[in-house]
Design a protein around this ligand. Structure first.
Ligand code: HEC
Ligand code: HEC
Length: 280
């Protein structure tokens, strides 16, 4: 009897605490109490918690990645050019400040000269490839091919040893950055990769697309049921080949269209078409 009363009391207290927590949480969210501005700092404990979550997440996911040799001179030269074109704007470099938008981000992207104290090369590769959600670190998987990703990791590895003069010289001498190899052999479209590609080319910024999280934008038509439509943009017969044509160069199909050229490669467009074909 007594034991049962005790259990009821404990359960009752827990339920009351849960209701209280939900109410406080709800008030903070719905009354707009939480300051989401990038001019307000995270509290130090919150910042540390977020950082630990990020570190552990990266470590787990990068565990099994094999690292190629990183000290090849040509690889380092390509890495220098890639770093100069894609990373220094946010992260800065020896003797170079990051640009204005890099300086005023929250969390602020740090100089990568000390990245090796926290990360193994395979983890830097993973971060560069996948980006970091809810920070400004972009994913480069669809912008740089695998070789280029390792090139830039190799250069980040070298960074702590470079004086400002050596950095300036390395990036000056490096020539143009390698372009993404779009020469990957063409194959039939892959549905799952297509879904990933739609997100990585920001199609959901304008279209509501089933299966892809977005704020339900209304700039372009919703793509639900696309596979059942007879025409694409009212112009082209709806075939997978035509969908690739449209996605890669909408203006060539319809000169006045508001849909921009998103710089989609042929292979990525095929994969997107494969996913869009599942939207009946
Ligand atoms: C638009 C800005 C932006 C660009 C461009 C950018 N980054 Fe980042 N990066 C960030 C932000 C923001 C973070 C997260 C900082 C944090 O959470 O502490 C970050 C974090 C990182 C980290 C983890 C850093 C650490 O010290 O723990 C690495 C490594 C990294 N970026 C590499 C790169 C590389 C390599 C490139 C170029 C291919 C690049 N970043 C381009 C914004 C950027
Ligand atoms: C800046 C906004 C914007 C972005 C980003 C965008 N679109 Fe569009 N899209 C449009 C607009 C506007 C239309 C309507 C075009 C028209 O009919 O002239 C459209 C039309 C389409 C259509 C034809 C829809 C139909 O009902 O016929 C498809 C398919 C499509 N977009 C796919 C994509 C894909 C895939 C991407 C990403 C690579 C993308 N869009 C990115 C604005 C955008």
């Amino acid at each position: 009897m007594v034991a049962m009363k005790k259990t009821t009391l404990v359960l009752g207290t827990l339920a009351a605490l849960a209701v209280l927590a939900l109410t406080v949480g709800g008030l903070v969210i719905y009354r707009g109490t939480y300051d989401i501005s990038a001019t307000s700092q995270h509290l130090q404990p919150v910042h540390s918690l977020l950082e630990t979550t990020m570190r552990q997440s990266v470590r787990l996911r990068a565990r099994d990645i094999a690292t190629p040799p990183l000290d090849d001179v040509q690889r380092l030269a390509r890495g220098a050019a890639l770093f100069r074109d894609h990373c220094v704007q946010c992260h800065g470099a020896p003797g170079v400040a990051q640009s204005g938008f890099g300086q005023s981000m929250q969390p602020v992207p740090g100089p990568l000269v000390d990245a090796l104290q926290r990360w193994r090369p395979r983890e830097i590769y993973w971060i560069t490839r996948h980006g970091i959600k809810m920070s400004g670190m972009p994913a480069w998987q669809f912008r740089l091919d695998d070789e280029a990703l390792w090139d830039v990791v190799a250069f980040v590895n070298l960074l702590p040893t470079l004086s400002p003069q050596a950095y300036a010289q390395a990036t000056r001498d490096a020539g143009p950055a390698p372009r993404r190899a779009d020469a990957a052999p063409l194959r039939a479209g892959q549905v799952e990769r297509g879904k990933l590609a739609l997100g990585q080319y920001a199609c959901q910024a304008c279209h509501t697309i089933p299966g892809i999280t977005s704020s339900s934008p209304n700039v372009g038509p919703p793509l639900a049921g696309l596979a059942s439509r007879s025409h694409i943009a009212g112009k082209l017969a709806n075939t997978p080949e035509n969908l690739v044509v449209w996605v890669r160069d909408p203006k060539a199909v319809k000169p006045q269209t508001a849909m921009p050229d998103m710089g989609v490669s042929e292979l990525d467009a095929r994969d997107m078409a494969a996913y869009l074909a599942t939207l009946r």
